[in-house]
Design a protein around this ligand. Structure first.
Ligand SMILES: [Zn+2]
Length: 539
């Protein structure tokens, strides 16, 4: 048993040893003793970290072999290994989720049913009364839900005894986002930064680890392009550079996973703090006080809540469990009664969906006949930032190309900008309207055009390629519009744009030779032509 514990401790402390053990297990060649140690709950989180690392490396090995034009048998083996690692990773993630649910699943005390019904059925009045209670006690606003609310953070700070963070941690926290991401890249590529796991830093680390990983994919994309730029026989040095980029990306993936684990741990500790004395009592008093205020302010609604809950509890099978899940349906009954009486109440349910419905059919009705309408789409690979984009306009023109993107949102913005810039050039007078099915991309472009500032889209746009395109497009802001493509409008164009984008990605990543790509593009255009003829003869 002591040996067993010793092995677990060694695996928890040694990244390489744990990764080797996990891969041996995935390949079915692991010693029984090690396999038993890997089952220990203490290793459930760390196993997901090493598999995040191994997963990227396994795909990197496949990619290298593809570009080095290896014998088919070797490529097949590497692909099989990558699938094995991917499966092991999914299993480990599922196990981690289960383990975490088990830890968090400890039954929590249930609040009185009336209170829960009031809170759900009358959210804004209840929260206002709760605010009054909190203010009366000199507490910050918010719900006592860790980690989202100020109130929970306030409790957490107090439980830790406040206290200043060390100067080095403060310095790290004071950096702007870009400098902070640089610190994460340095952490992954040069030397581990011991300050990142600090409670005061770990949430920011986790939040920005996605951006750091995106720069890892950017490096892979650049290395991939360098490899493809030369003949298969002269690729060796450039393939080594691609390997290096994959190694860095693997460390970034592992560190990102680790950041998430540490944040989950911090939030568990916060929740435990909020749910225990003395804070839990304070919150319970505030809620009871808020409920009393509700009772005084809305006696009729309160009477109805009491009647409903009493009637419900007379014959509910889950009453012994405190009716943990019953408040939702009771609150819905209250909401339905209120909207039924047409007093509005707090029922905000029906308004939003009605206007969304109207929008759908009004998408293009306001445009002048001369407007040039086009649909843009994009496709993005998994490890590399290389993306493809494509577009098709109602005038029959199409286009496609490739670029670098950190997210599908960024890739779609690149497609919108490239399409719009091309159409603006060819239609000197007309209004150019781009449709796209990504709300993130449409919002990003729209906010940049509205503000006349490409910087307004910087939350979505990370890489220089997209920022440069956006800056060019903003100069034409008077002649460009972008709209979200919904449902049936422009469906054919959307399919053409999608096919063009996927073709561009395959072309840019060397997965289809140039001659075949040209034939494929011609085929897409022929389909486009026949679709257009059909729609004009139907009209
Ligand atoms: Zn019940």
């Amino acid at each position: 048993m002591a040996e067993h514990t010793e092995l677990i401790r060694r695996l928890a402390d040694d990244f390489t040893a744990l990764e080797e053990a996990v891969l041996r297990q995935a390949n079915g060649v692991c010693a029984a003793e090690t396999a038993a140690a890997l089952e220990d709950p203490a290793l459930v989180g760390p196993v997901t970290v090493v598999l995040a690392h191994a997963d990227v490396l396994a795909r990197g090995a496949v990619r290298r072999a593809e570009l080095a034009v290896q014998p088919a048998e070797r490529l097949r083996r590497l692909r099989a290994q990558a699938r094995t690692v991917r499966r092991a990773r999914s299993r480990a993630e599922a196990r981690y989720k289960k383990e975490r649910a088990r830890r968090l699943g400890r039954p929590r005390p249930v609040e009185p049913l009336e209170l829960r019904v009031v809170r759900v059925a009358f959210p804004s009045s209840f929260h206002e009364f709760l605010r009054q209670e909190l203010r009366g006690r000199g507490l910050p606003d918010g719900s006592p839900h860790a980690p989202e609310s100020d109130l929970a953070r306030w409790a957490w700070e107090r439980a830790r005894g406040g206290g200043e963070v060390p100067a080095a941690v403060r310095e790290l926290l004071d950096r702007d986002d870009e400098a902070f991401v640089q610190a994460l890249l340095l952490d992954a590529r040069e030397e581990e930064n011991p300050l990142l796991p600090h409670d005061a830093v770990v949430e920011r680390w986790s939040r920005h680890s996605r951006t750091a990983s995106a720069w890892g994919r950017y490096a892979i994309g650049q290395a991939e392009r360098d490899v493809l730029a030369c003949l298969p026989t002269a690729r060796r040095t450039r393939l080594d550079a691609l390997d290096d980029a994959y190694q860095d990306a693997a460390v970034l993936a592992a560190r990102s996973r680790e950041a998430h684990l540490r944040v989950a741990d911090l939030h568990e500790r916060m929740q435990a703090c909020v749910a225990s004395a003395p804070f839990a009592e304070v919150v319970a008093h505030c809620r009871t006080g808020a409920l009393a205020r509700f009772r005084d302010a809305q006696p009729e609604a309160w009477r109805r809540v009491r009647d409903l809950t009493a009637k419900h509890q007379a014959d509910c099978s889950e009453q012994a469990d405190g009716c943990r899940r019953c408040h939702g349906s009771l609150a819905q009954v209250m909401a339905d009664e209120l909207t039924g009486r047409d007093e509005g109440g707090e029922g905000e349910f029906s308004v939003a969906s009605a206007s969304a419905h109207d929008d759908r059919y009004a998408l293009l009705a306001d445009l002048p006949d001369t407007a040039v309408v086009a649909v843009a789409d994009a496709a993005l690979g998994e490890d590399s930032a290389v993306c493809g984009y494509g577009w098709a306009s109602e005038t029959g023109s199409t286009g496609h190309g490739d670029s670098m993107a950190a997210s599908s949102g960024e890739a779609e913005v690149i497609g919108i900008c490239a399409a719009a810039l091309s159409l603006l050039e060819h239609h000197q007078e007309a209004l150019v309207v781009l449709l796209c099915d990504s709300t993130e991309a449409v919002d990003a472009v729209d906010s940049a055009l509205t503000a006349a500032d490409p910087g307004a889209a910087h939350r979505t746009l990370l890489f220089p390629e997209s920022r440069e395109l956006m800056a060019r497009l903003v100069r034409h802001r008077d002649r460009v519009q972008v709209r979200w493509l919904k449902g049936h409008v422009g469906h054919d164009l959307n399919e053409i744009a999608d096919a063009c984008a996927r073709l561009a990605l395959r072309r840019a990543t060397g997965r289809i030779p140039a001659s075949m790509a040209r034939k494929e593009a011609a085929r897409i255009l022929r389909t486009f032509g026949s679709a257009q003829r059909q729609s004009s003869s139907a009209a």
